[in-house]
Structure formats: C-alpha cells, structure tokens
Design a protein around this ligand. Sequence first.
Ligand SMILES: [Fe+2]
Length: 403
Amino acid sequence: MRCWRWFCFFFVVGFVFSVSVACTHSADKSTTATEAKTAVVSAETKISPQVKPLPPETTAILKTAQAKNLYNPPRGDVRFVVISDLNSAYGSTDYDPEVDKGVNLVPFWQPDVVVSGGDMVAGQKPSLTPTQIRAMWAAFEKHVGTPLRRAKIPFGFTIGNHDASGAVGVNGNFLFQRERDLASEYWNDPKHDPGVKFVDRYEFPFYYTFESKDIFFLVWDGSSHRIPAEKMAWVEKTLASPRAQKAKMRIMVGHLPLYGVAVGRDQPVEVMADAEKLRAMFEKYKVHTYISGHHHAYYPGHRGNLQLLHTGILGSGPRPLINGKFPPTKTISVVDVNFNSPELTTYTTYDIKTLKVIENDQLPRFLTGHNGMVLRRDIELKDLSTQEKNSCIQTLDKKRCQA
Ligand SMILES: [Fe+2]
C-alpha cells in the first residue's frame, strides 16, 4: 500500500514536470525575436518581492486587452521614463486621457526618475488670472504630481512656455512674470517637492541640477529661445564642475529643442538660438543627451556626438515630423542607461494609444530642420546615400547637412 502511494506521488510529480518542460520547450521554439520583444508581461509577473506593489490605476490599465502584451524592455543600470507637453487648451484644468494613462502606467516600468520636457499646464495667456493659474497647477498636482509622489517616483522637469514663459519684452522684462511667479510658488511649496536628489537648486524651478544614481542632470530654462549670458555662465561652470564631470553621464533638459523637427515649429523662435554653439559647448563638457519637448513629435536623433531626444507629447496637439510620413502620434519613452554599453542609452517609445513600440525604422533616417540636419540615432552621416545627401543639400546647404 505504501509502495503504491509513493508510485502515485512520483507519477504525478513526473507528469507535472514533463508537461512544464514540454510547454517551456514549445514556447521557446515558437518565440521569434519579434515575439520575444512583445512577450506577455502581466502585472502579476512584474511584481517581485523587491518591487513596490503597483497602484490600482496601473493594474487596471494592465488588465486591458491593449496592455496584454505590453513590452517591458531589459532594465538598464538606470532607467527613466520621459514624458512631455501635457497641457490642453489655454487655461485648461483638465488633461487628455493619454496624460492619465501615461502617468498611471509609469509604475509598471519602475523608473528611477520621470523626466519631463515641460508644458505641464496651459498658460502663456496674459488674461489668465492668478486664481485660474493656481487652478491649473492644482489640476497638475491631481493628475501628475500626486500619483508620482504616491508611487515614490522622483520627477525631474523643465519649465515650458505654457508653464512660465521666459520670453522678454523690449524693456527686457519677462512678458509672463505672473505665470513665472506662480510656477515658482507651486514648485517651491514643500508639499510639491519633486523628490529628485538636488545638487544645486540655483534658480529652481528654472535652473537647477540633480543626480539620479550616476547620471548628472542639468535643467535650464528653455521656455524661450535665448538663455541670458549670466545663466549661460552658470551652465558652463556647472558642466565643468568636478561633480558633473565625475558622473558617468551628463544629460541636459530644456523645453525647446536645438534643431527644428516638427511641422509648424521649424523656425527660429521655436528652437534654441545659436544651436551650433550650444552643441559645441555640450560636446566640450561631454553632455551625452539633450532632452527636449515643445515640438510635439517623437524623434530619436543625434547631431555630431550629441544625442537629441525629442520627446513626444501626451497632451493635446501631436504634430507630424518635417520629413517622412510617420503620422502625428502621442508617445511616452522609457530610457535605459547601461554604463558599459558604448551607446549608453536604449530608448523604448510607445504609442500611448495602442501601447505598441515605435521602431526606429518607422521614422525618417534624417530630418532637414531649418538650422541643421538631425540624423536618426542609429544612422551616421556615412550611412546616407548620395541621393539622400543631395536631397539634404538641396533643402538646406552643405554646412547644415554636415551632422
Ligand atoms: Fe511648448
């Protein structure tokens, strides 16, 4: 009788083991490279004893059919999620559903920090009253600030033109001083601490530095196209500092990009002035990446040695890129940093509506912005055909096509 029991026990164990091996084997055989990239990662499988439990809002999105195959890339030494341009129409105290979806999905990726390219509220209108401006920041607090703080995820952001424009009038005064004062009031309230590890609060929230693990972030006020000379001196001194230079990587964050990438924004006041000089300075101090917003179009680019992450939009008004046929798309990006990899960064960018990953080859190989060509990050100048080079030169000129 005892022998029979043991026989039954081993038979059942053996059967279960064989089935699981067979299933694993068959899964291996049927998993192509592409499928591996979209492997099913359910909310449950992501939770490990070391990982914080997911908020109910995150779990609810992960249970939708659309999120069933949500890809979670291999984690780097440091991971950050990048979001940008969250605002709706002027004065709005509500957000498009994609903002809530993006913010609530953030805990799924468990980033070390969320980086924002700015335009968190819908200002830049002189008629907005202090009450209306405070109401916009209260809405931001409800939709973005509170969920990230509850999930204990730091938020490193730059100020955009709709938050507190740095544009100046003929007398040199800020045109939107009231919006700047109220943005400062919101961010300097200890209740709204963004949770980043500050190095220098200098003129927070307009100019400041913070670190995330071994990455040194410098945030400047790129809400208008010019950085005043005294601020530029601080930027250069800071980038040259031993603390910045000792970091394993330096990243700049500003609202306006250096070069034009999107339709309707490819003109001088919509990009930083003297982009080539700025790029030379960044390269001198070994800035790896400049993260920007404002153009409402995702484009993973580079010019020379400087990586340019043009962050897509979650709020209203996605725009098409100036070249190619990629449709206007709202996106969210996950950036994994591997210090031992020559590339350092890997971007995984999702169409926030479909949650599908946008691959580089869906995007144009280069963009002919008015102030300089930007190459897609996986393309070097030598990779361009004669025809491609000529088409750039015909649109711009030889100098601006020497990326
Ligand atoms: Fe903007």
